[in-house]
Ligand binder design. Structure first.
Ligand code: DX5
Ligand code: ZN
Length: 217
């Protein structure tokens, strides 16, 4: 289970996105939070910026769609150059069909669960996914405190992945920092999104290295 660290550009300077991508050299993926002011009470960016960013960096893009109607919009993010596209279970009308479409277009398909959404109803759907994202804060904003009550859900999800013998990556997003990442790794997460803990640091690339060392320990 290789550890991956995905800095979230939500905490970066949006006027300097190409430079901010270069500042996290060594990161596995760049996490791009797409928000539509409807699924979450915040608005960030869409397809044109993802297209430009994909051209501006060699780091693959991990697009986290916090939007309504992902069935309609998610395929466009694959075409824009995202290597992984995450839609929310709470918003998708036909998650199996959508995951298959994302994969067929050539990206990794991923599904996210808000903190109050249980994993159990989605057990049979796991083979359709390349990654499952467990939110460890309410989606919408960076810089929130990690929800410790999500640790049992991470643990149960890791058990389900093992039970089905899947190669699924288990991502967590929200409040990941040097003080919380070890518990998450211990619970079974292997892909860590970090916004403020990376871009709030004096040296973002060094913060990525530090988080990786803690998660691997
Ligand atoms: C929150 C976003 C996160 C956010 C995490 O809704 O999905 O990706 O950037 O920020 P931190 O790491 O600061 O909690
Ligand atoms: Zn995110």
């Amino acid at each position: 289970m290789a550890v991956q660290i995905n800095p979230s550009i939500l905490s970066a300077d949006f006027a300097r996105l190409a430079d901010e991508a270069r500042a996290v050299d060594g990161a596995d993926w760049l996490h791009v939070d797409v928000m539509d002011n409807h699924f979450v009470p915040n608005l960030t960016l869409g397809v044109p910026i993802v297209e430009s960013l994909a051209r501006a960096t060699d780091i693959p893009l991990d697009c986290h769609l916090m939007i309504e109607q992902p069935d309609r919009w998610a395929p466009q993010y694959v075409e824009a150059g995202a290597g992984s596209v995450t839609f929310h279970a709470e918003a998708a009308a036909a998650p199996v069909r959508l995951a298959r479409e994302i994969r067929a277009k050539g990206a990794r398909a991923s599904m996210a669960l808000k903190p109050a959404t249980p994993i159990e109803p989605y057990e049979d759907l796991l083979p359709e996914l390349d990654m499952l994202l467990i939110m460890t804060v309410e989606p919408g904003f960076g810089g929130q405190s990690f929800l410790d009550i999500m640790l049992p859900k991470i643990r149960r999800t890791r058990e389900l992945i093992a039970k089905h013998g899947l190669e699924l990556w288990l991502q967590i997003d929200g409040g990941v920092s040097a003080t919380t990442i070890e518990r998450c790794a211990e619970a079974g997460a292997d892909v860590f999104v970090a916004g403020s803990a990376v871009y709030g640091a004096d040296d973002p690339a060094d913060a990525v290295r530090g988080l990786r060392t803690l998660a691997e320990s």
